[in-house]
Design a protein around this ligand. Sequence first.
Ligand code: C2E
Ligand code: MG
Ligand code: MG
Length: 835
Amino acid sequence: MVLPLRHGRTTAGRGPRILTALLVTGAALLTVWLLSLHRSLAGDIALPWWGLGIAYFLATVAGVHVTVRNQAFTFTLSEVPLVLGLAGSSPSALLAGGLIGTAVSLTLYRRQQPLKIVFNLAVFAIEADVAMFVLNSLLAGHAVASTIGWLAILAAAVSASTVGQLLTALIVAVSTDARRGREVAGILRFVVPASVLNTLLGLTGVHVVGHDAQAAALLVIPVAALAIAYRGYLFERHRHAQVRRLYDTSGALHRSHGGDASITTLLSQAREMFNAEVAEVVLLPTKQGDVRRCVLGPVESAGLVTETVASSDPAVALATARTPVLLDPADHAGLLAARGCRNGMAISLTGEHGTAGALIVANRRDAVSAFGRDDLELLEAFAGPASVSLDNGRLEAELEYRASHDPLTGLANRALLAERMQAALDSGRQRTCTVLLLDVDDFKTVNDTLGHPAGDQLLIGIAERLTSCLRPADLAARLGGDEFAVMLASSSDTDGAVAVAERILDALRAPFHLSGCDVTIRGSIGIVGDNPSIVTVDDLLSSADLAMYRAKAQGKNRCVVFQPVMQVEVMARHQLRVDLERAVSDEAFQVHYQPIIDLDTGRITAAEALVRWSHPDRGSISPDEFIPLAEETGLIVPLGRIVLEQACRQLAVWQRTDPRMQLSVNLSGRQLQHPGLVDEVASTFARHGINACYVTLEVTERVMVDDQLALDALRRLRGLGVKIAVDDFGTGYSSLSILRDLPIDSLKIAKPFVDRLARSDDDRALAATIVGLASSLRLDTVAEGIERPDQADIMRDAGCRGGQGFLFSRAIPAEEFLERILLPPAGAPVISLAG
Ligand code: C2E
Ligand code: MG
Ligand code: MG
């Protein structure tokens, strides 16, 4: 006989209740009818009802549990007392003893739920009724102790077991589904032979007891042995099934292709293997990131649930435990409670590449057993293929991570960013792709002055601050060098993007501590938002680039939103470049000259040559616009040659009037890098018969910082006798202390510095200090951009010899300049200029 212990997960449903009620009614009617038919059974021994009760109790207790597809059943030896009852007792004693013995064992020993007990008792009554009916029908007056009697009892017992098993299958089908019901019915293969065996044993018992009641003791050992044999057989079957499952598991894991699919396979195999409702892996992060848990169950139909957990979660400690552990409510209350689990076990999953995490299985599906030693052993065996699978998964993830991330900062790389942008563009939704492009100004300076390790530290620091300004759904990437990009989550609009950009610029403002120095950097951000004209990733990036360059041009440390008009400007810039090339090849430039005045005497001592370009369509274009373009394109080299040539020719002319007249010519960094520069300069002087000591070459501070090539060129130029001036001093980085080592002769104090002079006593004191320090280094000083007489006065009082600015004269054509030299100095140190 088979007792169902648990009918799937829907035991409390209406179906099982109704079926149980029907069975109880049926059993009662059947029993009443049978009892009215047969007052007594044809026995020759008279067993009392309580004796049968004890026999039933023992037979049920000695049962063997077996699990078939989530259903636990108990095979009992109940045919033995059934045969005893049929052969040697009254129907009422059999029913009473059986009902009471079974009820006591189910309640006290098995602790079944009431509904199950009622069901099992109804099934028992029906089985007993069927057995009695079959027996009486077949006996038809024959004695029980005869061949026919024995065959009749055998048929009765087997019929009873079969009916019982079919009723069990019925309730399983009603509580879960028809498939499971059929599976349970399939156990008949095992039930029928077992019940034949049990019945024969019972008959032997009856026979023995009939002859000599004391000889019944002889039967105790064979019955016990049979029970043990059942147990052993079922255990081996179970083991065999587990080994097969283990084998299947490693195959399935091997075939799955990493990622969530592998984890789902692993967890569902674990659930089946250990007959558990819940299976979970806790995954430790590979590099950076959070601890994740992936859970399957307890809801049968729910898929894989993945979430991040705090690194303080008790499951994290299990990942490093050396041996598998049983999770009992006493020691692991927190862990079980957090997961809503009753019992479980856990094991560390450690592969070749370290500990990947922990596997937890929890909540045994059947109510009979919790996890035990055997399960732990099996779990250890299961952990092997599971670890290999996770390890492979991790390795794949690691490779994928490396292919898509910047190794230095851990941000996404250009490829990953492009992929996400493409996906956003493909999705075609509005405002799906808002991109910020950040360029770090001054990064090169840090790298050059503090060294590459400091540069790397800076990039890492920038990446950290950048991510701290973003939401988790935004994607930050390093595109290379000092260029970063952010793709904002889909809901962002341009205003939101500007707010993010401001946050980033703000975050970058605080100094970075690098190699013992505090370094301040600035960023320029270009923003490109939803724009119908942008359809490709390249469009997006180049538009963001345009906006970013605009931000740089506007003075850095700001953000600029891309406007389609910028595209037009880029076209215009391209056109300007073409025009500039032509102008260079046509030598279509003029040079104008701005006087440099001796502030003490008001006499013109020198002229700064400033190039002028009259564009055929646009008219006069400022050097501030085309000089950077010429530097960028390298056109500055031939352009510089043209200016030097014109200016030297002019100086030769002026020196015929004023032999002390001097000339200043601007030189850009790009020209200094040009290897032929020094020879060209020397030959130009020679051609025009000019002594190099009358010529000053102006170079900005930036050009000289840490550029050996430029410094060498400057030294050789000085070797010719040329003077070198630092142009726009006070706007760059170099401090007075490094001036000492530079090959220079004078400082030109930048206009913004001069502009501040009149404002405060402090500024005036600073001007005096700079001039004083410069003269102590034997450097001459020229104040640039003097527009008001008070500025000239202050600078002169501070000890500055030279002055230049609109107060005296703008840059003017050569002929006009000649007239000015011819003018006598106006006594006062002011040569005013109208227009
Ligand atoms: P820079 O060498 O510092 O030249 C001084 C600039 O300040 C000139 O502008 C000049 O016109 C302007 N300036 C002079 N006094 C005043 C004043 O009182 N107020 C104001 N607001 N501005 C004043 P310009 O000619 O537009 O030249 C701009 C820059 O272009 C120059 O700055 C120089 O860096 C570059 N540049 C000009 N010509 C050449 C050249 O032939 N070669 C190279 N490499 N660069 C040149
Ligand atoms: Mg200059
Ligand atoms: Mg200047």
